[in-house]
Design a protein around this ligand. Structure first.
Ligand SMILES: O=P(O)(O)OC[C@@H](O)[C@@H](O)c1c[nH]c2ccccc12
Length: 405
């Protein structure tokens, strides 16, 4: 991934030195976004011996190629379905960008189809590679077996309702967040367990733990450590979920809830994944950014928690990602929460008894009051509290009073 992503250079970039056995004839199919260069097959790379006979490794490679073709077809199908639902985040071309050969070298031509269009797309494409590798180490069967003996998940939604009833304020999901692509490192002396304890003491109902390593400097180890340190608040695994396997994995690492991002997942995935969550006793926080995503999610049965992210993914304001080459936007506007809860949408949410979580860019008691007034019964806050020397006191500052009592 790192080797080929660039948001600014439209010209070919060279990526040396891999001379890996990429199935070159795969690209004879006309990839919709590729530059459609046809390759002359390189014999040794296709597993053909000098006399033209096919070796065992060639047969194995053929099977791999067939699998890659299948994956590619599924990926393309996914993108088509996603596009009909207005989803702009595409699935990564499974083989990565097409390879081109000049003499002994391979290089990759960048184009619209093989270059992520924004930071979220880049994260998701990177996640795709990461998940494939993790899955090989821990196949679903192994994960499921491990879950047979796992302690039960804690009641995430119940904890939110109880806190809201107790304080009369939005329940707090406090985020254990070391860094973000837009903010860079938020806290240098980052001890996840210490921060989690401080949040719990400060009155947080639940915690959100970032597990993405590359872009948010989080980890599953952090979540496991918090859980095994005896912190009682239910834990939201803040991960970019693109495959059901990740839900089982999150559960095996101590998650009580997971995040499903509507900008990334088509309706059918959201439906299917919510069902898996129910079966595993996990809560699913479904995140939306705009009216269109909200309407899609309101059309899906069985959704209990909707997060409205005030961070806009559209490219209107530029920033440079601290951990990648991306230059783009994460504009924040808390009136987004209000906008998405107005009129019929708000009505439907109340009828369905859905709990709304106001997410991102909440810094002051006025911000909390604003999203509460709009209809949020919970808030998800990271930056403003994690940056405080005592994150527990940061909570009191955020709410304008001690909410631990
Ligand atoms: O640090 P903030 O602005 O308080 O935001 C917290 C949380 O909403 C944000 O981290 C977030 C919301 N949705 C996400 C999806 C993935 C990663 C992170 C996020």
């Amino acid at each position: 991934m790192e080797g080929f992503v660039s948001f600014t250079t439209p010209t070919p970039r060279l990526s040396f030195p891999s001379l890996n056995p990429t199935p070159t004839h795969l690209f004879r199919r006309s990839l919709p976004h590729s530059n459609s260069v046809l390759f002359s097959p390189i014999r040794s790379q296709l597993g053909e011996s000098e006399d033209g006979s096919t070796s065992i490794s060639a047969v194995k490679e053929d099977a791999e190629v067939a699998l890659k073709v299948k994956e590619w077809e599924v990926g393309m199908f996914h993108n088509e379905v996603a596009a009909t639902q207005g989803i702009r985040i595409r699935r990564r071309p499974p083989t990565g960008p097409p390879l081109h050969y000049v003499g002994p070298f391979e290089f990759r031509l960048q184009n619209e189809g093989n270059t992520p269009r924004n930071i979220l797309e880049e994260i998701v494409w990177h996640k795709d590679v990461e998940v494939s590798q993790l899955k090989e180490k821990k196949p679903l069967g192994t994960l499921k077996k491990a879950l047979d003996n796992a302690p039960p998940a804690r009641d995430f939604i119940g904890a939110l309702i109880a806190a809201h009833e107790r304080t009369g304020l939005p329940a707090l999901i406090a985020e254990v967040k070391k860094a973000s692509p837009s903010g860079g490192i938020l806290r240098e002396d980052f001890d996840p367990v210490e921060i989690a304890r401080a949040y719990e003491k400060g009155g947080a109902a639940c915690l959100s733990v970032l597990t993405d390593e590359k872009y948010f400097k989080g980890s599953f180890e952090n979540m496991e450590a918090i859980r095994s340190a005896g912190v009682k608040c239910p834990l939201l695994c803040k991960e970019f979920i693109i495959e059901a396997w990740q839900i089982y994995y999150a559960r095996s690492k101590g998650a009580d809830a997971i995040l499903l991002i509507a900008a990334v997942l088509p309706d059918l995935d959201i439906k299917y994944m919510t069902k898996i969550c129910k079966r595993l006793g996990l809560a699913a926080l479904v995140e939306v950014h705009d009216e269109k995503e909200m309407d899609r999610v309101l059309g899906i049965e069985g959704i209990e928690l909707i997060g409205i992210n005030n961070r806009n993914l559209d490219i209107t304001q530029l920033f440079t990602c601290h951990f990648c080459l991306s230059t783009e936007t994460f504009e924040v506007d808390i009136s987004n929460t209000k906008k998405l809860l107005e009129g019929e949408r708000g009505q439907k949410i109340r009828e369905k008894d859905i709990i709304v979580v106001g997410e991102s860019a909440l810094f002051t008691p006025d911000d909390i009051a604003f999203v509460q007034e709009a209809g949020a019964k919970a808030v998800l806050v990271g930056e403003s509290i994690v940056k405080q020397s005592d994150p527990g006191k940061g909570i009191a500052g955020l709410f304008g009073k001690d909410i631990s009592l």
